[in-house]
Design a protein around this ligand. Sequence first.
Ligand code: NAD
Length: 550
Amino acid sequence: MRLANTPIEIGHGDILRCKGWRQEGVLRMLENTLANGEKPQELIVYGGSGRVARNWECYHAIVDALKALEADETLVIQSGKPVAVLRTSPSSPKVIAANTNLVGKWATWPVYRELEAKGLIMYGQYTAGTWAYIGTQGILQGTFETFAAAGATFPSGDLKGRIVLTAGLGGMGGAQPLAVKMAGGVCIAVEVDPERAERRIGMGYCDSIVRTAEEALRKARAAAESGETLGIALIGNAAEEFERLRALGLSPAVVTDQTSAHDPLNGYVPAGCTLAEAIDLRARDPQRYVAMSMASMARHVRAMLAFRDDGAIVFEYGNNIRGHAEETGEARAFEIQGFVPLFIRPSFARGRGPFRWVCLSGAPEDLAATDAATLAAFPDDPLLRTWMSMAQKRVPIQGLPARCCWLALGERDRLGRIFNDMVRAGRLKAPLALSRDHLDTGSVAQPTRETERMKDGSDAIADWPLLNALLNAVNGADVVTIHQGGGSGMGGSISAGMTIVADGTDEAANRIGRCLFADPAIGVIRHADAGYDEAKEAARRAGLKPLVGV
Ligand code: NAD
């Protein structure tokens, strides 16, 4: 499997290039993350400038280090640059990484940009710098959960006959039209870059591209009125097109946005510029560009608020557009709620979140076998069944075959051991890598997203993701990472990532059992500590005793 326009080939089959499957699995995850990225030639995976490595020299040095890594050694990465191979122990992680971390007061875009220009740091996003990106499927599952939950608020229990308006068809946002369709609705997604929209059509995530708001409205209304599902990409700037669509009389049931608003320079494209003008201005006058972006975000949020005033469900999808609009003077920005308190928190409270696995063989049969094993392990989970059957039909394989599904505390370690047994028994062509997003129950502090409006006000406390990373390191996950910034921009979050390779050994079974229990367990404990009853109940069921007063 060769990665277009780069010298990169993704390892597959049962041929080892490293000194063990753990190292090989990590290497394939790195290659697969890059292969699925938005701009692999620039090492950029998603979310504006989220990267796998600081530069190509670092990338190749990481690959060389993984190939030479012994069973009792750990590779240490500082913001995408390999800095050491140290002797640790056979049950220690193969890779530990810290990406984009700046001391609190200094965690600002100007400081970051200065350090980035000096080549000292890189942006790791969430799964980009953890090498656990699986393309748009990962976010598709979360997006489906969110739109399904939005649909559940209507009398029909779904989005049938309703229009969802959103923007951004990039690495993450590209999942929105298909997720809306899976939840029964019609999606209009405004995207400024026609190439991005075409890419989503090619992947089957979106159905048609239109160039005018009038055409988008006509198509969306026709589909909604006949109860059909449809994904429409409207080429244009969201700040402008949202206003235009409202002026034309669109009244969407749900409104959100997934432009790269977390990054006002390299992510968001301001109103008033064509894409080509934006690219030029970005390089020529970054200060002016950022000022225009910020003003445009305020306008964009005002349009979202107008839809809210009309009665739509309007939420921020974790890109910090409210924060930037507020900074630019839009005082009502935070009247828009975040999607986590609205839809996701009850899942997080019981340790339920985005578990995923990657078939390192590259063989679709391994995915089919692991899908079947998952459904057999959890026969009584209707949402899992709905998702898996739709994913099998509608989600194309990108790079190494992978699956994502939301599992709770107690379920992930169980499935991890089942998978390890399948590898041991020779039922799969090669080992699996088990991983998750950073957006999870216990692995992130992000006060405008995952930890927005926590019951006890602990939104900004970042001890929890750091404890999560420490637990995964002591329990022997194969990759453990600590990130800052992530999907919300500089200073916006602290998060932790993890991956563990199921190579069929007893030793892997032990580490999988420990890691995949403790990883969501610290999330349940975090939510129990904050006062959520579902979390206290989940902790009790899992035998986690409160030590102080919970
Ligand atoms: P991306 O950079 O790959 O894509 C962003 C897209 O927005 C691009 O296609 C770009 O052309 C388009 N765009 C930018 N400005 C626009 C404008 N004014 N109008 C119309 N289109 C515009 O980013 P991504 O990976 O898709 O992530 C999108 C955002 O969502 C980021 O801010 C990211 O941090 C955030 N995010 C949210 C979650 C979540 O769970 N909710 C997860 C990951 C990322």
